[in-house]
Design a protein around this ligand. Structure first.
Ligand code: F6P
Length: 551
């Protein structure tokens, strides 16, 4: 059974509060100065992933207390419960077993005494056979042409994960042009498809429920586009496949069961890229590399099983909780120094915020502490020329994760050296800052007058003491990417366990979906808005007027 402990009621939380008062003003510069081994003490390596967490406002006591908090909150038992297939997602009555999708061993994974691995292996074999046929040009379009483009239609977890991975692993891609359409705004699918040839395009409709408005709307438009241009309803069999837990709805849509790749309710949408939702990834990089992605994630699963909160995800979770609840940091920046990872912040936004953005605990009580942080970010160095100003000199404390690869995938080493220099310089600047004295002496050397120095030095001073983690990975490969994603997935699990929230449901997305229905009827002109609030009614009226004016 998943533990249900209010973290603020633990002895460790109270001790952390007292400890915070002692350390909150301490500057990291002093921590480094007083400990020549700080880097070694606060860093770890797992295979080819190195994590430096020495640039944090922590001491050994901080970590010990955070570990004690995890123990009091029975995190170890929670982790075990997840791997054992217990119904961790209690509000939906579901297990959380996405780790089974990346179990590449012979080990069974039981859910209510049934080994789910039989189904997992069957679907993976089907995905492999299909992908190999498409990649080899054996699966052809209705008119006999080979498939050249793939369009994944999905949203949320049925889009962000596969899209992020396909983008991240572009270097390893084959000849297939794999694209993604998610938004119900037709501008998206129109732009994605406008230069595609329907005769050589394959759509992957990815939806766990196969009822999501955005995805179904896009799927119907894609089908109409195919049928209109190819001229036969029968073309759907060659040009549309589906990924879903809802086989009935997919078949009703017209998907041939042969072209249906299933998954199960124990796979959460935002954790689903490892199974059938990863079909577009498998098509893009081939089944063998897809397998390497799984193997990377599996390595981290093992580390978490063995080390619990002493693993990389454990440390990241504890640090996140420390800043969120003691320093009251409300956001967390993800700063990948690799353009291939440009969708990672968006992917982690869903993974983390949909999981831990909760305000009711596992006992049904309103929460009085801080849960999930706002996750955001952009690849470096672009972010440096946009929002880093606020991180360096704004009033909010924003912990950051720098993610970089030591060995580039190109031969332009000059670019890569500059990229890494910027990455290391930014975390150094955030940590060290620049004192008023240093600024003044610099200005003096530049020939500034005393008046200029006194007037301008406050603007040029950096307090520093801004925390960051650096994940330095040997090289971007399918395996290391699998590790990286799984590190964050388990960070979310562990943090959610301590926060005492149900990390695997997402009721907060339902209300807006419900309310969109009557509003849609209103926009389509068949319903009266009397029951709506004044503002929404007003907006509908203005919308009608704009439309009238435009005709
Ligand atoms: O609206 C949120 C959500 O339910 C996500 O959790 C999910 O990943 C997404 O919608 C898409 O859902 P589906 O895969 O069922 O279309």
């Amino acid at each position: 059974m998943i533990p249900k402990i209010d973290p603020t009621k633990t002895a460790a939380w109270q001790a952390l509060k007292a400890h915070f008062d002692d350390v909150c003003e301490v500057h990291m510069n002093d921590l480094f100065q007083s400990d020549p081994n700080r880097f070694e003490r606060f860093s770890m390596v797992e295979r080819n992933v190195f994590m430096d967490f020495s640039k944090h406002r922590i001491t050994e006591d901080t970590l010990d207390l955070l570990q004690a908090l995890a123990t009091e909150c029975h995190v170890k038992e929670g982790i075990q419960a997840m791997f054992n297939g217990e119904l961790l997602n209690e509000t939906e009555g579901r297990a959380v077993l996405h780790t089974a999708l990346r179990n590449t061993t012979d080990r069974p994974v039981y859910l209510k005494s049934v080994d789910v691995m039989t189904d997992v292996r069957r679907v993976k074999a089907k995905m492999r056979a299909f992908s190999e046929r498409v990649i080899a040009g054996d699966h052809r379009g209705f008119t006999g042409k080979t498939i050249a483009s793939i369009v994944n239609i999905g949203i949320g977890g049925s889009d962000l994960g596969p899209c992020m991975v396909v983008e991240a692993l572009k270097h390893y891609g084959n000849h297939l042009d794999v694209r993604f359409a998610s938004n119900v705004d037709a501008n998206h699918i129109v732009e994605v498809c406008k230069d595609l040839d329907p005769e050589t395009t394959l759509f992957v409709i990815a939806s766990k429920t196969f009822t999501t408005q955005e995805t179904m709307t896009n799927a119907h438009s894609a089908r109409a586009w195919l049928v209109d241009s190819i001229g036969s309803e029968d073309c759907v069999k060659n040009h549309v496949v589906a990924v879903s837990t809802n086989q009935e709805a997919a078949v009703d849509f017209g998907i041939d069961p042969e072209n249906l790749f299933e998954f199960w309710d124990w796979v959460g949408g935002r954790f689903s890229l490892w199974g059938a939702v990863g079909l577009s990834i498998m098509l893009a990089i081939g089944p063998d590399r897809f397998e390497q992605l799984l193997e990377g994630a599996e390595l981290v699963d093992q580390q978490v099983k063995d080390k619990g909160t002493l693993s990389m995800p454990g440390i990241l979770a504890l640090l996140s909780l420390w800043y969120g609840n003691f320093f009251h940091a409300e956001t967390h920046a993800i700063l990948p120094y690799d353009q291939y990872l440009h969708r990672l912040p968006a992917f982690l936004q869903q993974a983390d915020m949909e999981s831990n953005g909760k305000s009711v605990d596992r006992n049904g009580n309103k929460i009085a502490y801080q849960t999930g942080a706002v996750i955001w970010g952009e690849p470096g160095t672009n972010g440096q020329h946009a929002f880093y100003q606020l991180i360096h000199q704004g009033t909010a404390l924003i912990p950051s994760d720098f993610i970089a690869f030591a060995v580039p995938l190109h031969r332009l080493s000059d670019h890569h050296d500059k990229l890494l220099a910027n990455c290391f310089a930014q975390s150094m600047a955030m940590m060290q800052g620049k004192s008023a004295e240093a600024v003044k002496s610099e200005m003096r050397k530049e020939g500034s007058t005393e008046e200029e120095m006194n007037r301008l030095h406050p603007y040029r001073t950096f307090e520093g003491n801004i925390p960051s983690t650096t994940l330095l990975i040997e090289k971007l490969t399918p395996r290391s990417l699998g590790q990286l994603i799984a590190i964050y997935e388990h960070k979310i699990l562990i943090e959610g366990l301590i926060l005492n929230v149900y990390s695997f449901d997402q009721w907060g997305v339902e209300l807006g979906k419900q309310l969109a229905k009557p509003i849609l009827s209103e926009i389509a002109g068949s319903e009266d808005s009397t029951s709506m609030d004044q503002s929404t009614k007003g907006l509908l009226r203005i919308l009608r007027n704009f439309k009238l004016d435009a005709t």
